[in-house]
Design a protein around this ligand. Structure first.
Ligand code: UT7
Length: 329
């Protein structure tokens, strides 16, 4: 028997900076080439915004589109949850800045920090608020200005990521569509596989920190790769079981878009052929937590997602954090 949804994704929106950076463009900055990047990651190009474009402004744009599509006003929003690994500042939350920019005067606003998994975590938090009757309308926004935290001299990381924002309006479901299951886990013992050393209390910003690039993202790619495949496979298994479904019954899979090889391996474990997997990593690279909502928004816009379909999402990121969800659309 399948689960009964309590909340649904009513509408979505996205924002992508207009500047496209191709693999050839990157080859002019670091020692890399289009062939290596395409065959190892599936990425052809990514979007890179200007340095002074704020994560909050990007999130506002995506959220405003989602609100407009739901025919809602900013004042209708009760909860603003923002996921970002690239906050514009450390205090207050980016969510409060997004709230102010939108004018969501009746909302509470806070950030969820779960790196690439942040949007799915945020969706679960919003589900909890709505299920408890603490509001009718949640905005779940992911906004990632990855280009500002990349080490542009490190070819092992700078070729992988891109900027972007995605957002969804989440509301109570009438029981026919919405979130059927969700599964999330973390493992803080592996934090140092993907992290930023400086900028917080442990190692405050200083001229030396910036000079040595200690505030920028560092990643052990191979270890992350192995953990990503294992964790996303496990998460899919749990989310499918909780939804009362098998891979055969999934119409579309929307995985986190980090690397086409991770996507293919995860889909294989979940028993879903690649023609039922949404891929945009080729055009945007890894946009951290914005990858899934941007992909969902594109899938809806392209008419790939139709009413009554079962969608499986799966994610993985720094923390380590991972998870999966099943929705009926
Ligand atoms: O959202 C979660 C965040 N991150 C991820 O999901 C990333 C997970 N990891 C990966 O996707 C892959 O591990 C990478 C794409 C990062 C790397 O692929 P790989 O097949 O694991 O390559 P590797 O790290 O084993 O490196 C192979 C070779 C090395 O050269 P040697 O030592 O064999 O001579 C690297 O120095 O490729 C070299 N290399 C590059 N060459 C050209 C690494 N980066 C580049 C590059 N261009 N950009």
């Amino acid at each position: 028997m399948t689960a009964t949804p309590i909340v649904e994704i009513t509408s979505t929106g996205r924002f992508l900076p207009s500047r496209v950076m191709t693999n050839d463009d990157l080859a002019e900055i670091v020692e890399t080439n289009d062939e290596w990047i395409r065959t190892r990651t599936g990425i052809r190009e990514r979007r890179v915004g200007p340095p002074d474009l704020l994560a909050a402004e990007m999130g506002r744009a995506a959220a405003a589109q989602a609100l407009e599509r739901a025919q809602l006003e900013a004042a209708d929003v009760d909860i603003v949850v923002v996921s970002t690994a690239t906050p514009d500042r450390l205090l207050p939350s980016t969510a409060c800045d997004v709230q102010a920019l939108l004018g969501c005067d009746n909302a509470l606003a806070f950030d969820v920090s779960a790196a690439c998994s942040g949007w799915l975590y945020g969706l679960s938090v919003a589900e909890g608020y709505l299920a408890a009757g603490r509001g009718d309308t949640a905005l779940v926004v992911a906004t990632e200005k990855m280009s500002n935290i990349l080490d542009w001299t490190d070819r092992a990381t700078c070729v992988l990521f891109g900027d972007g924002s995605g957002a969804a309006v989440v509301r109570p479901s009438d029981g026919s569509r919405g979130i059927l299951s969700s599964y999330h886990r973390s493992d803080g013992t592996l934090a140092e596989l993907l992290y930023r050393r400086a900028g917080g209390v442990r190692m405050p910003m200083s001229e030396a920190v910036v000079e040595q690039g200690e505030h920028l993202m560092k990643m052990s790619g191979r270890e992350i790769f192995k953990n990503a495949v294992r964790s996303m496979a496990e998460a899919c298994e749990h989310a499918l079981a909780e939804a009362g479904l098998t891979g055969d019954e999934i119409d579309l899979m929307i995985p986190h878009q980090a690397n086409i090889r991770i996507i293919e391996a995860t889909a294989k474990y979940a028993g879903i052929p690649m023609d039922r997997v949404f891929v945009n990593v080729d055009r945007y690279g890894n946009m951290s937590s914005a990858s899934i909502p941007v992909a969902l928004d594109e899938a809806l816009e392209q008419g790939i997602v139709e009413p009554g379909m079962h969608v499986l999402t799966a994610t993985f990121g720094a923390g380590l954090t991972w998870g999966a969800m099943v929705w009926r659309t």
